[in-house]
Design a binder for this molecule. Structure first.
Ligand code: SF4
Ligand code: SF4
Length: 210
């Protein structure tokens, strides 16, 4: 992995806990709102660089493989397109009610973090990223057609599928007919893992040609 991304992930993970324990979760949500806008231009960098859930899910997912906890069988309800919207609605209602009725912030971000870690123990990471995460639900909208993103130089690609294997969100797939990798920008986390493994430097981050 790009070492700069790793350092940034650690930095943002520390910031997340500092804000949470200082009772300032709204500042984290402000960071998310800024990232939501930024995704129109730079893709979902919040997911790949800033998100504490993604940062923790990777090592936990690796651990999940050890005792055989992980399964490839994902129940149909988990793949429902309404699930992540329902989670988003539930989270928003609880946060608003806790502020207005209880006059305090319930630790919903921490709850979500624990849920993401449990998912990473049981399922491949894309299940949480693409079907459960409420932040991802919103970022799929603003990150759908970014000005800049991880992109494929199709005439360089040799269709080796190494990128497919490392992608945590199943955003990059080799099209057998065209014999080249293709990225679904709406679910690309901009984590740069595919860039690191490509043997022919067919992947890079930059302006998307349309
Ligand atoms: S396509 Fe590449 S940058 Fe995007 S999520 Fe997959 S591995 Fe990360
Ligand atoms: S790793 Fe590179 S060469 Fe291999 S399929 Fe992906 S983009 Fe193509």
């Amino acid at each position: 992995m790009n070492k700069w991304i790793l350092w940034l992930q650690i930095l943002f993970l520390a910031l997340f806990f500092v804000l949470l324990f200082a009772g300032k979760p709204m500042l984290w949500l402000l960071l998310f709102v800024i990232s939501f806008g930024g995704a129109f231009f730079f893709g979902r960098f919040y997911c790949g660089v800033i998100c504490p859930m993604n940062t923790l899910m990777r090592p936990v997912s690796w651990l999940g493989k050890k005792p055989g906890l992980k399964t490839n069988r994902v129940p149909a309800w988990l793949k429902s397109k309404w699930l992540s919207w329902s989670v988003l609605l539930f989270l928003a209602v609880v946060m608003i009610l806790s502020r207005t009725v209880l006059m305090k912030d319930l630790p919903m971000l921490l709850v979500l973090l624990v849920v993401s870690v449990l998912f990473a123990l049981r399922y491949e990471e894309w299940v949480f990223h693409n079907h459960v995460c409420p932040f991802g639900t919103l970022l799929r909208i603003s990150g759908k057609n970014p000005v800049r993103s991880t992109r494929v130089e199709e005439d360089r690609c040799v269709a080796c599928k190494k990128c497919e294997v490392v992608c945590p969100s199943a955003a990059i797939v080799v099209d057998k007919q065209r014999n080249t990798a293709e990225i679904d920008y709406s679910i690309c986390l901009q984590c740069a893992k595919c860039i690191t493994v490509c043997p022919v430097s067919a992947l890079s981050y930059g302006k998307v040609q349309r």
